[in-house]
Every structure is written in C-alpha cells, then in structure tokens.
Design a binder for this molecule. Structure first.
Ligand SMILES: NC(=O)CC(=O)C(=O)O
Length: 279
C-alpha cells in the first residue's frame, strides 16, 4: 500500500429489533475489517436500533455508560483501528435524545462526536413519512477530526443534503467526508448515489456512505448501497443491499491531482457570493 493512502472498511450490517444482537453483529464486522487491515472502520446510522423514531428512546445510551459505547471503544483498542461508530440514539444529562456518531481512536479513546444537525422531517406522498424532531434534538456543531493520519468530516444521513455543511468541512481541511445513513426505498434509488457523488465533486474530497443492509422480512425496506466515491466523482467501491464489508483505498495523491488540475476551491468568488452587497 502507498504511503499516501489508507484503507477503510464500511460494515453494511443487518439491524434487527434485538439490540444485543446488533452490537454483536457490529463487533463481528469491525473485527472483520481489522482482519482486512482497515485503518478506519465505519458503521451505519442507527446500527443498534431499527430506524423508527418511536424506538429511539428505548435503545438510547448516555455516554460513557452503555453496551454500545463499551463495544466500540474496546474493539477500537483491541484491533488498533479507528472506529467511526455510525450512529446510535444518545441521551444527554437533560434527557434530550440525539442521533449521534461517536468516533474512537486506536487506543479506544473518544476522538469526537457528531450529533445529526439536520433532522429528517419529511412527508413524501406515496412514500416516506418521518418526523425525527418529534423525538430528537438537533446537533449544533460541525465535526472535523484528525484520525489515522487523515482529516475526516462527519455528517449523518440527511446532513448530506445540505451542501453548505460539506463545503465547510472541506474548507476546514477534511479530505474524507463520512456519512452513516439509512435511506429508504423512496429516496434511496433516486438520490443516494447522486448526493454522494455531488458532495465529492463539489468539494474534491472522498465521500463514504455507510448504510445498513436490507432483509426481506424487515418492516421498512432500506436501500443499502454503501459506497465510496473519489474526488473525481467516481464510485470506487459499492455494495448492493445485502450484508457486506466494503473495502476501499483512500489515496490522497488522487485528491491532490484532481485539485491541481481543476483548482475549483481556489476559483471560488466569495466576493460575489455575499448577497448583502446586492440588496
Ligand atoms: N434518513 C435520513 O436522515 C435521510 C434520508 O433518508 C433522505 O434524505 O432521503
């Protein structure tokens, strides 16, 4: 492997109503990623809990107590690998619940935490109806962290639809944007790939989307299709909707080449973008 590159693994796993089973399943797949020599392993959104708003409270944990945190931290330390813990319902000291990604370093220490900023409140005729804000509180912070020799930007699912967030993470130095997400069968086929590739091309960064696997008996069918996109917008690795460990190489030489040849970020006209000038 080149010195400019790292290997990442996305654990596209099945999420069931059994929390203990989900945690064991996540641990098994993280260990699989370590065997494949991944330096960073990524889990999907709500990997310990079915993606149903009314269940979030029952499955929630308060950091640092809880079986999910313990497994994430111990596995990161045992395998000496960065673990991007998808997301779980997190309860804070005031009882608010967030959709939160916890990230652990190779020693099992908490590196960072991203609380989903944009809550998924939609009503699509004949399709998805969801109101996260009935249960969840929104995060207030942008999450950019250094891990495994790389700067990572973390968003959760619906956060990918807001280009401003990805742009700010890229301007803060993120070279790989990671989005754990659960897209369903309404928006998944229409938008999942489009959004991953758009954010990659907009910002000339790698983008990794980590989704749960589908299974035929699930009440709500999910789209799956975890993928990794390079800064040119090419899909370098993609799953179907089955359980899978998806491996990809993140080579910063590719990012540097794209930015050298097509210096998009340098060509921004921030002097023109300020609407107040024209009002
Ligand atoms: N689940 C989400 O947060 C977002 C989603 O499914 C979509 O944007 O579509």
């Amino acid at each position: 492997m080149k010195s400019s590159s790292i290997t990442i693994g996305i654990c596209q796993l099945t999420v069931t109503p059994d929390k203990a089973l989900n945690i064991r399943n996540a641990e098994r797949m993280l260990k699989g990623a370590a065997k494949e020599k991944c330096q960073v392993a990524i889990l999907p959104e709500m990997f310990n809990c079915p993606y149903e708003a009314e269940l979030f409270s029952r499955y929630a944990e308060s950091y640092p107590d809880g079986d999910t945190f313990t497994m994430l931290s111990q596995t990161a330390a045992q395998e000496r690998m960065v673990v991007v813990g998808g997301s779980i319902p997190e309860r804070d000291e005031r009882g608010n619940i967030y959709n939160t990604c916890f990230i652990f370093d190779e020693e099992g220490r908490l590196l960072g935490r991203h609380r989903k900023i944009h809550l998924f409140d939609v009503e699509i005729a004949g399709g998805t109806v969801f109101k996260e804000s009935n249960i969840l509180s929104a995060g207030q912070d942008i999450t950019v962290i250094k891990a495994a020799g790389l700067t990572l930007g973390i968003g959760i699912c619906y956060d990918i639809r807001f280009p401003e967030l990805s742009r700010l993470m890229a301007l803060a130095g993120a070279k790989l944007l990671i989005f754990p997400g659960v897209f369903g069968m309404t928006t998944g086929p229409a938008h999942w790939e489009l959004l991953m590739r758009s954010r990659a091309v907009d910002n000339q960064v790698f983008v990794a989307g980590a989704a749960p696997a589908n299974f035929p008996e699930a009440l709500d069918q999910v789209y799956g299709h975890s993928m990794v996109v390079d800064p040119w917008g090419q899909i370098i690795s993609v799953a179907d909707d089955k359980e899978k460990l998806l491996i990809a190489e993140i080579d910063l030489e590719i990012l540097n080449k794209v930015r050298r040849e097509l210096p998009l970020l340098q060509h921004r006209r921030t002097d023109v973008y300020d609407l107040r000038q024209k009002m």
